[in-house]
Design a protein around this ligand. Structure first.
Ligand SMILES: Nc1nc2c(c(=O)[nH]1)N[C@H]1C(S)=C(S)[C@@H](COP(=O)(O)O)O[C@H]1N2
Ligand SMILES: [Mo]
Length: 312
């Protein structure tokens, strides 16, 4: 972005007019850089080679995809702002190179992987997943990545490794909303080891055929399509194998509203939002929300014998 001054004002001052102006400015910039990529917010993309991938048809839905514009302009990224409309602009300056992920905790040997090596670790797949936010909106997004299990199989786990913790970048200079305490930073999420090893759990480096735009979690995030969106930590710098479930940032913010599991479940309402139906962004009307977001065939076996009202 050539001039981001207007985005340095507090979120409360951002008016529809500011957004409109910045969008126009942005569209001009996008036109000027169209050869680089179609997705906005790809600050570093110029310097980087294109991603090569093949579509995983059997794990992709054939439902209508959410437009690239909506996928990249309606994002949740509290490190930048609590508004969904501004992260695409605020995040544009995030430096995503050099970038490493440290894998540590209950492993025999700690490992630090550079993002570019990580991208080359396995052939990338395109997977079109349904995503469902706990606030009641949903999208269908073509992600690029590979199963997180491929990475976890590269490290030797100790017998105490039962859960996986994900830690996002903490850098208040680059992530201005970390100067507030809307959440406890760094953003932390967690999965049980078998959830992390499930073939659907995607270590994600791109969307719509390109590298992740910053606001969608560049350079690397996790996508867990049978859980609510907040279980998809963005801009990850550390993966820790742990013995006990992580108390996640959302659990710390409100333990009665956010549990560790956060499986999409139409029968278990969030205290403030019904989970029975959802609004697909770009669609009129609401759809019924499906148990495990429709991925039960792949994941219901993980929860046999668990009361999902207690383990919400
Ligand atoms: N680090 C970090 N990861 C995050 C969030 C966040 O605020 N910070 N928001 C979560 C929420 S609430 C959602 S719905 C998804 C949204 O992903 P998307 O904006 O790429 O669709 O990211 C999740 N991952
Ligand atoms: Mo969300």
């Amino acid at each position: 972005m050539p001039d981001n001054k207007e985005f340095n004002s507090p979120a409360s001052e951002i008016t529809p007019q500011t957004l409109f102006n910045s969008r126009r400015q942005f569209m001009r910039l996008a036109a000027a850089t169209a050869a680089v990529g179609v997705l906005p917010g790809m600050a570093d993309a110029k310097a980087l080679p294109k991603l090569h991938y093949t579509r995983n048809k059997s794990l992709s839905t054939s439902e209508t995809k959410t437009t690239p514009y909506d996928v990249t302009h309606y994002t949740n990224f509290y490190e930048f702002d609590t508004s969904k409309f501004t992260p695409y602009a605020y995040a544009s300056q995030l430096k995503t190179r050099p970038w490493t992920i440290t894998i540590d905790g209950e492993v025999k040997k700690r490992k630090v992987v550079d993002i570019d090596r990580l991208i080359k670790l396995a052939p990338l797949e395109e997977r079109i997943y349904r995503m469902r936010c706990v606030e009641g909106w949903a999208m269908v997004i073509p992600w690029l990545g590979y199963p997180l299990s491929k990475l976890l199989k590269q490290v030797q786990l100790t017998s105490r490794a039962k859960y996986v913790e994900f830690i996002s970048l903490e850098d208040p200079l680059q992530m201005p909303n970390q100067q507030t305490d809307v959440l406890q930073w760094p953003y932390r999420e967690g999965l049980r080891l078998d959830e992390a090893m499930n073939p659907l759990t995607l270590l994600t480096v791109g969307l719509y055929g390109e590298r992740l735009p910053n606001q969608n979690g560049a350079p690397v995030r996790v996508v867990v399509p049978w859980k609510y969106g907040f279980k998809s930590p963005k801009s990850i710098v550390q993966i820790r194998l742990v013995e006990y479930p992580t108390t996640t940032s959302w659990m710390l913010a409100s333990p009665t509203e956010y549990g560790f599991y956060a499986n999409v479940n139409p029968l278990v309402d969030h205290p403030r939002w019904s989970q029975a139906t959802e609004q697909r962004i770009g669609e009129h009307g609401r759809r019924d929300t499906l148990l495990f977001n429709g991925y039960g065939k792949y994941v219901e076996k993980l929860y046999i014998g668990m009361n999902l009202v207690d383990y919400f």
